[in-house]
Ligand binder design. Structure first.
Ligand SMILES: Cc1cc2nc3c(=O)[nH]c(=O)nc-3n(C[C@H](O)[C@H](O)[C@H](O)COP(=O)(O)OP(=O)(O)OC[C@H]3O[C@@H](n4cnc5c(N)ncnc54)[C@H](O)[C@@H]3O)c2cc1C
Length: 385
C-alpha cells in the first residue's frame, strides 16, 4: 500500500494532523492502537489564547461545542481574592477532546487500529511496519507518538532528560459539602506558604463538576502525596487552610489522578521523510498550560505551511524537514514553554524571605490591577456629563 503521508499516533497532535491534512485533500492514513481514545489524565482545559491558534486548523468550533465554557477567573493569593478577571477557558476531559477531533477526520482518511513497530527508510519513501507485519509506504511520516520512546530510539534519536520529575499534577473533583454550587466558576488559588513545593491549584468547570488540577514540585514518593491519597479533603485543607474562606467547606471527590512529568527534548531528530510533532518532539510542564498550544502550533505550521510546500516538489529530503524545526513561530512557542516551566518552578520552590517577597509583590500587583480595572469600568458606566 502506498500513501503520501502516514501519521503515527492518534492522540491530540496526530488526530489534528490527520484531520487538517485529510480536509486539505492529501492522501493520509492515521495509525493508532485505540479505536476510541481511552480515558487518560492529561490536559483538561484550554485557554482562549490557545483557541485562537486552534482556529487556524479549522477545529475550534467542534472543540468549543464539546467543552464547558467559563468566562471569568477569580485569582486568590494568601487566602484572599485579589482579582476577578475576564478570562475565557474551556474545560473538557482529554479523551473527549481527542475523540471530538477524531470525529472531525474526513471519511476519506483511513484510521488503522494498530501499533507501528518500525519505520524503515526506503529511498524517497518510508516503510511503516505495523504490528501485524503489514508495511505501508509513504513519502512522509508524521510521528505523533507522544511519550512512547521506542520508535524514536529505534531511529537513532537521542532523548535528553532536562528535568526528571519536574512537576506532579493531581486531578480530582471538588464539591461544596453543603451541596449547591461554589461562588465562582473558575479559581486560581496560589500557595499560602513557602516550602510547600506548590505551583498553584486551578479549579474550573467540567460538565456539572468542579474540576481541580493541583500542580506540585515534590517527589512522587513524598509523604504528602501518600497522605493526600489516603485523606484527600483533610490533606488539602492543611495545605490550603484559607481556601475555605473563598470556597466554603468542601469535599475532595475521587478518583484521584496523580501524574509526574519529566521534561525532555529529543536531539538528532532530523531525518529525511520523518517529522516529529507534539510531545514526541518535546514534553511540556503541565503547570504552564502550554502543551496544547505547542500541539496546535505544530499542527498549524506543519500542515498549513510546510507540508503543502514539501509535497509541491519531488523528494522529502532532510532540508525540507529542517525548515519545520527551524520555523520561527514553532521555535518561539517551544522556547516560551521551556522558559515558563523553569520560571514557574523557580518561583514556587523557593524558601524564606525571597519567596515571601516575590509572592507578596504579585499579590500587590494583581490587587492593583483589579482596583484600576474596577475604577475604569465604574468610570465607563457613569461617564462625566
Ligand atoms: C497530567 C497532565 C496534565 C496536563 N495539563 C495540561 C494543561 O492543563 N494544559 C496544556 O496545554 N497541556 C497540558 N498537558 C500536556 C498535554 O496534555 C500534552 O502536551 C498533549 O496531550 C500531547 O499530545 P500528543 O498528541 O503529542 O501525545 P498523546 O496524546 O500522548 O498521543 C500519543 C498517541 O500516540 C499513540 N502511539 C504511541 N506509540 C504508538 C505506536 N508505536 N504506534 C501507533 N500509535 C502510537 C498513542 O496511542 C497515543 O494515542 C498535560 C499533560 C499531563 C500529563
Amino acid at each position: 500500500m502506498r500513501d503520501q503521508i502516514v501519521v503515527v499516533g492518534g492522540g491530540l497532535a496526530g488526530s489534528m494532523a490527520a484531520c487538517v491534512l485529510g480536509r486539505a485533500g492529501h492522501a493520509v492514513t492515521l495509525i493508532d492502537p485505540h479505536e476510541t481514545y481511552p480515558p487518560d489524565f492529561r490536559c483538561e482545559k484550554i485557554e482562549a489564547g490557545h483557541m485562537d491558534v486552534l482556529r487556524r486548523t479549522g477545529l475550534a468550533e467542534s472543540v468549543i461545542q464539546a467543552a464547558t465554557h467559563t468566562d471569568r477567573l477569580w485569582i486568590a493569593r494568601f487566602g484572599r481574592v485579589v482579582d476577578k478577571t475576564p478570562f475565557e477557558q474551556y474545560g473538557m476531559a482529554y479523551e473527549r477532546l481527542v475523540n471530538t477531533i477524531r470525529g472531525q477526520i474526513p471519511v476519506c482518511v483511513p484510521i488503522r487500529r494498530s501499533w507501528v513497530t518500525a519505520i524503515e527508510p526506503d529511498g524517497d519513501h518510508q516503510r511503516v511496519i505495523l504490528s501485524e507485519g503489514e508495511a505501508i509506504t509513504a513519502r512522509l511520516v508524521v510521528l505523533a507518538c507522544g511519550l512512547n520512546w521506542t520508535l524514536r530510539e529505534s531511529l537513532g534519536m537521542v532523548r535528553d532528560l532536562v528535568s526528571p520529575c519536574h512537576s506532579i499534577t493531581l486531578g480530582f473533583d471538588l464539591a461544596p459539602r453543603a451541596g449547591g454550587a461554589f461562588p465562582f466558576n473558575a479559581l486560581q488559588y496560589n500557595p499560602e506558604r513557602a516550602g510547600d513545593g506548590m505551583a498553584y491549584l486551578t479549579l474550573f468547570r467540567m460538565d456539572a463538576a468542579m474540576r481541580a488540577n493541583l500542580f506540585l514540585y515534590q517527589s512522587l514518593k513524598s509523604p504528602w502525596i501518600r497522605e493526600f491519597r489516603a485523606n484527600p479533603t483533610e490533606t488539602l485543607e492543611r495545605l490550603l487552610p484559607s481556601l475555605q474562606r473563598i470556597a466554603g467547606d468542601y469535599d475532595v471527590l475521587g478518583p484521584i489522578k496523580v501524574r509526574p512529568t519529566d521534561l525532555h527534548v529529543v536531539r538528532n531528530v532530523e531525518r529525511s521523510g520523518i517529522v516529529l510533532i507534539g510531545d514526541a518532539f518535546a514534553t511540556p510542564c503541565p503547570a504552564t498550560g502550554t502543551g496544547t498550544l505547542k500541539v496546535f502550533t505544530d499542527v498549524d505550521r506543519l500542515c498549513n505551511v510546510h507540508i503543502p510546500n514539501w509535497l509541491a516538489t519531488p523528494g522529502m529530503r532532510v532540508e525540507k524537514i529542517r525548515a519545520f524545526y527551524d520555523d520561527p513561530v514553532k521555535r518561539a512557542c517551544d522556547a516560551d514553554s521551556v522558559a515558563r516551566a523553569h520560571r514557574l518552578r523557580a518561583l514556587s520552590v523557593g524558601e524564606g524571605p525571597a519567596w515571601q517577597a516575590r509572592h507578596w509583590l504579585r499579590f500587590v500587583a494583581r490587587r492593583l490591577r483589579w482596583t484600576i480595572r474596577s475604577l475604569l469600568s465604574i468610570g465607563r458606566a457613569h461617564p462625566a456629563s
